[in-house]
Design a protein around this ligand. Structure first.
Ligand SMILES: [Fe+2]
Length: 291
């Protein structure tokens, strides 16, 4: 296998691996280390059945089964379908674009380590790929935080709430979804995580807060917390920390949810079809000593 870094702030391409076959332990370790170092890795020109995508992904940790059951691969609930394709009046997958910057599952007590996406249909206009996935580098965002913020927030936690994202979609994205019910909110209660997390692979600190789900710095009065969060969100999304993946069909793209934030760019229309299959890898294995 060969790991070819981009010359950007994130990203590497990994060639010479056929992901439809199990990786050796050495290859697996090299992929995990590359993921920590580069945040986002792509494996071009793969050919994967859903069960092979699942097998590859599950070598990095337990796979999440998303609650949006209707968008799962039949018989394989760990494989989720992301798409804007409508067949017989029914969407075949979850429309994932337009969610703005976030970190998957930071609202959950058990957090997600990595996403593995397999691009099957990629929309293009005038030969240019649409529906890019953008990332921001949270290792450097931490490193370059002013010292006053580093010392003020050291050892502190922040609250993350799924409802923040849900309400933003309702309020700002024209979504017709109803508010979460009391029962749904009980199932996804707000949780706290360290503002600065020690990354399980690099052992360096990352900024683990994101505009999608983070609502408050714990133990601070609300005005100060709001002010600090506003600064952190602006700081972490500066252009110099960003990297954009332009998709090709048959790319497998894997990213680290601790070292990056991501944003699915919604620049394609309903007739510009996109089809991606996705597995979400939980952080259980990467936080254990088995890797
Ligand atoms: Fe996401």
């Amino acid at each position: 296998m060969e790991i070819i870094p981009t010359d950007k702030v994130l990203g590497a391409r990994i060639e010479g691996l056929d992901l439809s076959h199990p990786l050796t332990e050495m290859e697996n370790t090299a992929v995990v280390e590359a993921l920590g170092k580069y945040g986002v890795v792509s494996f071009p020109k793969q050919s994967l059945k859903a069960n092979e995508l699942k097998a590859f992904s599950s070598s990095f940790g337990t796979l999440e089964i998303n609650v949006a059951g209707s968008y799962q691969e039949p018989g394989q609930p760990e494989v989720m379908i992301l798409s804007n394709i409508v067949e017989d009046g029914k969407p075949i997958g979850l429309a994932d674009a337009g969610q703005d910057w976030h970190t998957d599952m930071s609202y959950s007590k058990d957090v997600a380590f990595a996403n593995v996406l397999y691009g099957i249909k990629i929309p293009r206009r005038d030969g240019i790929a649409l529906g890019c996935t953008e990332f921001a580098n949270m290792h450097i965002a931490y490193e370059e935080l002013p010292d006053s913020y580093k010392s003020r927030l050291e050892g502190m936690t922040a609250t993350h709430d799924f409802n923040k994202f849900w309400e933003t979609m309702r309020r700002e994205k024209g979504s017709s979804r109803p508010p979460l019910t009391e029962e749904q909110r009980r199932k996804k209660p707000p949780v706290s995580h360290p503002v600065f997390l020690t990354h399980p692979i690099t052992r360096k600190k990352v900024l683990y807060a994101n505009p999608g789900y983070t609502i408050k710095i714990d133990g601070m009065d609300l005005a100060e917390s709001d002010e600090i969060l506003e600064f952190l969100f602006k700081h972490q999304l500066q252009k110099k920390y960003r990297y954009k993946h332009e998709w090709n069909e048959n790319d497998v793209l894997m990213w680290d949810n601790f070292g990056t934030l991501h944003n699915a760019v919604a620049d394609y229309g309903p007739d510009e079809h996109r089809l991606i299959k996705r597995c979400q890898v939980m952080a259980d294995k990467v936080f254990s000593s088995s890797l």
